[in-house]
Design a protein. Structure first.
Length: 280
């Protein structure tokens, strides 16, 4: 019932909106990073864009206890905040020969219990610190979403430093206290999640037996979302959020034009589907 009510809202909302036609002439292009002169340890407020971003903190934060929050509202909040998410378009064949094709989010989000997932790839010489830290975590960890104003601050923490190096020291980012876990959250992030390990799944190569990566299922206990990012519906305003996506090689992407596609409902679309099939 919750999903159908959301679909109905999406359809009605789209009917009320006056949308321009899809722009087929726009092409992706490479540009300079948001701060082309960024250097190690440079704080976010060192640029006009960074200072403008941090002004939103003046409105404070809404802290959400996921155990007490409405399941449907929690799910809509999480899928609006944990973006962009890459899509895995999966084709399969069942034992009875029936073919199937369906899209899946590579970063999974569930709401009961609230979980997010991420994958830690093991390096050629050692298991990453994050893998060991999460597996051995007694006080939990945080998952923070990256936005344009501090993408370079975040990127520098991927440096191949030796074990035990503190990446916070070169990031220019600010530690903020959590309310449930011991680990700090990133203050500059507009959407942060305090997490406990739900399950760690080691991905073992079927031929070599090597553990190539570990899939982490994180149980979200608390969410910190900046008030200036929230819409009246309690979801994230994409135009303010400015989330960043990781692409191939060393490329990142920002969110450009967006469009809305209501999910079709069989009860209302069946006749149209059958008519279309008959015309094949």
């Amino acid at each position: 019932m919750e999903r159908r009510s959301y679909q109905q809202w999406a359809r009605e909302h789209q009917q009320k909106m006056s949308l321009p036609p899809f722009d087929h002439g726009t092409q992706s292009k490479f540009t300079e990073p948001p701060n082309p002169t960024w250097s190690y340890c440079q704080p976010v407020d060192s640029t006009p864009a960074g200072r403008a971003w941090l002004e939103g903190e003046e409105q404070g934060w809404k802290i959400i206890n996921t155990a007490e929050y409405d399941r449907f509202k929690l799910y809509t909040l999480m899928i609006s905040g944990i973006v962009p998410r890459p899509i895995a378009f999966v084709s399969t064949i069942a034992e009875d020969g029936v073919e199937n094709l369906a899209p899946f989010r590579c970063i999974a989000v569930t709401n009961s219990p609230p979980l997010v997932s991420f994958c830690c790839s093991n390096g050629p010489t050692r298991i990453k610190d994050t893998t060991n830290n999460v597996k051995n975590s007694k006080g939990g960890f945080t998952v923070n979403i990256i936005s344009e104003p501090f993408v370079q601050n975040a990127n520098v923490t991927s440096i191949d430093a030796p074990p035990g190096f503190n990446e916070w020291s070169i990031s220019g980012l600010t530690k903020a206290p959590s309310v449930h876990v011991k680990a700090s959250r990133v203050k500059e992030s507009a959407f942060s999640m305090e997490c406990e390990l739900f399950q760690a799944i080691d991905i073992v190569h079927p031929t070599t037996g090597e553990c190539t990566s570990t899939l982490m299922l994180a149980h979200v206990k608390y969410i910190h979302v900046r008030n200036d990012m929230l819409t009246e519906r309690g979801t994230i305003d994409l135009t303010k959020y400015k989330p960043i996506a990781r692409m191939g090689d060393i490329s990142y992407a920002r969110v450009g034009d967006a469009f809305r596609l209501p999910r079709p409902v069989w009860a209302t679309e069946e006749s149209k589907v059958e008519e279309a099939i008959q015309r094949l």
